[in-house]
Design a protein around this ligand. Sequence first.
Ligand code: HPA
Length: 251
Amino acid sequence: MSTFGIVGGTGLDQLQGLHSQQSHLPDTPFGKPSRPIQEGSWHGRTVYFLQRHGAPLAIPPHKINYRANMWAMKHLGVTDLVAINAVGGISAEATTGALVIPNQLIDYTWGREHTIDDGSSGELQHIDFTEPYDAELRKALLAVATAQDIPHIASATHAVTQGPRLETAAEIHRLEKDGCDIVGMTGMPEAALARELKMAYAAICMVVNPAAGRSDEPISLDAMRDTLKQKSLVVAQLLNGLVRAATSGGR
Ligand code: HPA
């Protein structure tokens, strides 16, 4: 039976309706996770929730301890992990407020601790990452979004940049030429670490601003936060539906 984990991003400090019963802050070989992991229950099933930016002080995307976060989730027994990412919209349909379930990514990050493979196993670990998001978990998310009439974009390429600054207009132009539809800063190395640790991983990306150069208005952090707040309820609804569907389907 699947055990769900959820990694929330900026603005998603709590999941509506998930009442925390206890929290866990395990020591991992890589240090502590960003924040205590909340254990709650939905439809009689344990769900673990972690805010990757920590609290009360926000950890910037390039300083997040992704390895500790993913290791902790794995060792709590998580089999299926859904990541929530705030992103900028590049392609025309990725307008502010859109929910996107990406099927591909391009990693533009650098200098992050990006693997748990330290070579000590003595075996080369070349994980297959052709499809960076788990097909079954994506299918389950898409089925819930469709059944609940939640508007969404069902496939997209997610560019993951280093940050913490936003991009230049020319960088966004390049990302578009590379085939990217949305751009965020926290999707990697999280997705690859989940694959190394054999957890199914999928993402729900919330478009919170037009990417650099895609609007006449300057990019405003306040406007991003407003969109995040408005959209967090529908994200919680989608996640709740995912757990309910797994429970009724015996998955
Ligand atoms: N670029 C990169 N990361 C982001 C953006 C953006 O425009 N918006 C939210 N996260």
